[in-house]
Design a protein around this ligand. Structure first.
Ligand code: UD2
Length: 313
């Protein structure tokens, strides 16, 4: 069975490609734009350099594929505000190219669309379930939502076996802190390595649902194997909120760097106060996140102290 992973050289994509290459023939399609995240993949994985904005490239990449995991996207929220056309071109038009090529191919067994928690905008209640209103506050949130809506429409109109995943804050020991799109966890670890205090934006009482990449990948495996997920949308998180203050204390403790402390800076513009997923829907189809934030950070410490080559999370 063949799988195409778009964005297969990114943080999420490499992990998916590596894990799935154990049971499937994996091809990744990536435009290598995010050079900071381009990991070396194992030789068993076929790498196609190309852009999802180009329909012919997408059509060729899809040839003979059974499953598609669409993880390629413009993911920088601030860039989406600066350049909404670039954002829409990647996240809407790129997605549409894939959907259209998949529809024409006519024998796709699964089309997994990676959406985002950003589609909810400012939550009106927490934990956020899938029925929560979607009211994005950035072009990025809107383009991810539009891609999701297109995907679901392709399911309804053309019976394309679509499944949409709405991940919350994904992290792993693979995340590159030098990448400006990288999350708060890898940024804090980098500051610890540089013997700097951790920089907290705002009062640090804002909360996030940090989900380890390993749990996200396990859910993808479940979706690939189970037809009953088709046509549906799933939040993927842990269901547990962690405040940025709690995160900072935990990291300083685990990395034995409490003396560094934290410094507070002005709140980031448009920062969401509380974000935590209700994951009951995913649980009902068998999702069972295993990596708590405490365990995930222990895993990061272990990785940082290992000098050996990269291992897949
Ligand atoms: C996440 C996604 C983003 C988008 C957004 C939608 C990640 C990495 N980013 O952004 O792509 O989907 O959700 O809402 O998953 N913070 C600090 N100090 C730092 C860095 C961050 O205090 O050095 C705070 C930041 O102000 C925020 C929290 O930590 O309150 C999480 O920040 P983030 O950049 O990891 O992720 P987030 O939730 O803004």
């Amino acid at each position: 069975m063949k799988i195409l992973v778009t964005g297969g050289l990114g943080h999420l994509g490499t992990c998916l490609a590596e894990r799935l290459s154990r049971g499937y023939e994996v091809t990744v399609l990536d435009n290598c734009s995010n050079h900071l995240e381009n990991y070396k993949l194992s030789d068993a994985i076929r790498v196609l350099k190309g852009d999802i904005r180009d329909y012919d490239t997408v059509k060729k990449a899809l040839k003979n594929t059974d499953f598609i995991i669409h993880a390629a996207a413009q993911i920088d929220v601030e860039r989406s505000i600066r350049d909404p056309i670039f954002d829409a071109d990647n996240n809407i038009n790129g997605t549409l190219n894939l959907l259209e090529a998949a529809r024409k191919q006519n024998n796709i067994k699964r089309f997994i669309y990676f959406s985002s928690a950003a589609i909810y905008g400012m939550p009106t209640y927490t934990p956020i379930d899938e029925k929560h209103p979607t009211d994005p506050i950035s072009p990025y949130g809107l383009s991810k939502l539009t891609g999701e809506r297109y995907s679901l429409l392709y399911h309804k109109l053309y019976n394309l076996p679509v499944v949409c995943i709405r991940p919350f804050n994904i992290y792993s020991e693979r995340q590159n802190p030098d990448n400006p799109y990288s999350g708060v966890i890898s940024k804090f670890i980098k500051q610890i390595q540089l013997d700097q205090p951790l920089t907290i934006f705002g009062d640090g009482e804002q909360t996030r649902d940090f989900v380890h990449l390993r749990d996200v990948v396990s859910f993808v495996e479940l979706v690939l194997e189970n037809d009953y997920t088709i046509g549906d949308v799933f939040n993927i998180g842990t269901g547990k909120p962690t405040s940025i203050n709690q995160l900072a204390s935990l990291l300083l403790k685990v990395f034995k760097s409490e003396e560094l402390g934290v410094i507070y800076k002005r709140e980031r513009k448009g920062d969401i106060k509380h974000s935590v997923a209700n994951i009951e829907h995913a649980r009902r189809v068998g999702y069972d996140p295993k990596v708590s934030i405490e365990k995930g950070i222990e895993m990061m410490l272990k990785r940082k102290s290992m000098s050996s080559t990269e291992e897949n999370p």
